[in-house]
Design a protein around this ligand. Structure first.
Ligand code: PMP
Ligand code: GLN
Length: 371
């Protein structure tokens, strides 16, 4: 197993003093009030272990949010666990279910931790490729790959790296496929609020039939512009969550205390997450406008921090070579989308992260214009 592409490209960016539009994180600061609430929690003495499953008032606030947003009736005691980030929640969910020999349907391009986490559990990833260039799912292909060994399907919307989003019809198709099977769904929804163009996020939480067999993964890092906090949560049915907690208790046991205290209050400020998509859409639109001055061509994005651009009019090099060259010679780091596939693939596309200050986006495009 090699080093993740995010570390590779961020290190390269640092070495060559390139603008980092690769790894997905905002370069603007998070909310000051939330920082003050964490400081206050620490000063108030909340510095010891908190309940293994997370601070209950925070879980209650999350349950209320799920009801308001998705009309989902979630029991905060039994169905929510706070975790040290979304990646950890994914790993725990996957480890809870999989046994050696199990098969898992994974859509490629796939966020880079899914397949290693499946394989670390001795299971096998069965790949279904999203259809280029809008990266939609061919559900007939999914049907053709399901068999008695299929134990799990991993979905991700809004999608990293493509920014595609699942529709109500996609969720219907998924429901039909898993009905009368033992297939568990892992739904990675860390970008739930980062959705554009007046689209609505199709959370599994909206579908009670799917909810019973799902682990749904969230990350505070994305919702509060603090990816370095590494704090998230998992929602599942009481039965599955009971199993999840058996792994969780002997892995990290519990998560950061002061941030949970701070978030329990702050999460009630609905305006923050309701405005998040609109604010980020302005950045997508700004970047897209600026990029018209370059030879890069945009593909559609409806959510996440990311947009994919084609460089087919500039070079025929493979994506990794081109991304490295762009970092070293033009001073802009990106992520080659081929890094999210197992097979060799060269669609001549790169992923750009646009959750950056406007001035960062302007400076990056000034550099890209010269190519
Ligand atoms: N899933 C996806 C699709 C992501 O992009 C990320 C990125 N950070 C994660 C999960 C992990 O979230 P966290 O940083 O909270 O571990
Ligand atoms: N999720 C972030 C991205 O896609 C990176 C997180 C990480 O570095 N593992 O860029």
């Amino acid at each position: 197993m090699g080093t993740t592409i995010f570390t590779t490209m961020s290190s390269l960016a640092l070495r060559h003093k390139a603008i980092n539009l690769g790894q997905g994180f905002p370069d603007y600061n998070m909310n000051e009030e939330l920082i003050d609430l964490v400081t206050k929690a620490m000063k108030d003495g909340y510095n010891q272990y908190i309940h293994m499953n997370g601070y209950l008032p925070l879980r209650e606030a999350i349950a209320e949010k799920c009801f308001n947003l998705y009309n989902a009736d979630i029991n905060p005691e039994e169905e929510i666990t706070i975790t040290p980030g979304g990646t950890y929640a994914l790993y725990t969910a996957i480890t809870t279910v999989l046994q050696p020999g199990d098969e898992v349907v994974v859509f490629e391009p796939a966020y880079d931790c899914y397949i290693p986490q499946v394989e670390l559990n001795g299971a096998k990833a069965v790949i279904v490729e999203l259809i280029f260039p809008d990266y939609h799912i061919d559900w007939d292909e999914v049907r053709s790959k399901i068999n008695d060994r299929t134990r799990m399907i991993i979905i991700n919307s809004p999608h990293n790296p493509t920014g595609s989003v699942l529709s109500g019809n996609d969720m219907q198709q998924l429901s039909e496929i898993v009905r009368d099977t033992n297939i568990i769904i892992v739904s990675d929804e860390v970008y739930e609020h980062l959705i554009f163009d007046d689209l609505e996020h199709e959370s599994v939480l909206k579908y009670p039939e799917l909810m019973d067999r799902s682990f749904i993964i969230f990350s505070f890092g994305k919702t509060y512009n603090c990816t370095g906090w590494k704090l998230g949560y998992c929602i599942s049915s009481a039965f599955l969550m009971n199993e999840f907690r058996k792994i969780h208790q002997f892995n990290c046991f519990t998560s950061d205390t002061p941030k949970q205290i701070a978030l329990a209050d702050f999460i009630k400020e609905k305006e923050h997450f309701l405005q998040l998509g609109k604010k980020l859409q302005q950045k997508r639109d700004l970047f897209q406008d600026l990029m018209q001055q370059t030879k890069f061509k945009p593909l559609l994005t409806h959510g996440s921090y990311f947009q994919i651009y084609s460089y087919a009019d500039i070079s025929s090099e493979n994506e990794k070579e081109f991304a490295i060259k762009l970092t070293k010679e033009s001073g802009v780091a990106t992520i080659p989308v081929s890094a999210f596939y197992r097979a060799e693939i060269n669609n001549k596309v790169l992923r750009f992260c646009f959750s950056k200050k406007d001035e960062t986006l302007h400076t990056a495009v000034e550099r890209l214009k010269k190519i």
